[in-house]
Ligand binder design. Structure first.
Ligand code: G3P
Length: 219
């Protein structure tokens, strides 16, 4: 599976977000690889109603209905048809572990799948205790790299992350700098179930071509 994180890139916003989702849907259909657009909350409803892929968003907050100005309610996200949510991405970390635990619990109670990011092995082991749907290893220093990927630079840690995630019975995703079918293939060989990617697809001149290259890694 491939999570495509739109972040707040202009190329992944508004009408462009929708156009990109259509491309992801086409490639998913032809390749039979599961592809999940992870879009901005503001674009989620329009994309949910336009493509058949499961649509995720990039964050929710650990709140229920009430006085929480500017926060995002897991229940309402689920109501518009969003299937899952990223939590604790290195660009949107929780201030403390209890807040992360609450956000994961509230999202799961609202029937959202969750993927929690860890920047290192120690954090990954702690996160496994929260029992998210997926756990992801993404070294922050490689996020956005177009030359070095997590699997090229940190393969030993990926192997250890696979072991830790397996021991907890949670599927592992890897991300940061993923930019080739070879990166995907190596990640799967080491035991990850998929990858998270942004720059290589969202910022690409030809996202279809780049994604077609990535799905080759599943063959
Ligand atoms: O969530 C995936 C993302 O952080 C990876 O970013 O640009 O390194 O593919 P990128």
């Amino acid at each position: 599976m491939i999570f495509v994180n739109y972040k707040t890139y202009e190329e992944g916003t508004g009408q462009k977000a929708l156009a990109l989702a259509k491309i992801l849907e086409d490639v998913a259909r032809t390749s039979q690889v599961k592809i999940i657009p992870v879009v901005q909350t503001i674009d989620a409803e329009a994309i949910v109603s336009s493509v058949t892929l499961p649509i995720w968003i990039q964050h929710v907050d650990p709140v229920s209905y009430g006085a929480h100005t500017g926060w995002t309610l897991p229940e309402e996200v689920a109501k518009i048809g969003v299937a899952g949510v990223f939590l604790n991405h290195s660009e949107h970390k929780f201030n403390n572990f209890e807040a992360l635990r609450n956000a994961n619990q509230k999202a799961k109670s609202a029937n959202l799948k969750t993927l929690i990011f860890a920047g290192d092995l120690e954090e990954l082991k702690r996160i496994c205790e929260l029992n998210p749907t997926f756990v992801a290893y993404e070294p922050p220093e490689l996020v956005g790299s177009t030359t070095a990927s997590v699997i090229e630079a940190k393969s030993e840690i990926v192997s250890k992350a696979v072991e830790a995630a397996r021991a907890a019975g949670i599927p592992l995703i890897v991300g940061a700098g993923i930019h080739s079918g070879n990166d995907v293939q190596k990640s799967l060989e080491l035991g990850a179930v998929g990858v998270a990617v942004a720059t290589d697809i969202v910022k690409a001149v030809d996202p279809r071509k780049e994604l077609t290259d990535l799905v080759e890694g599943f063959k």
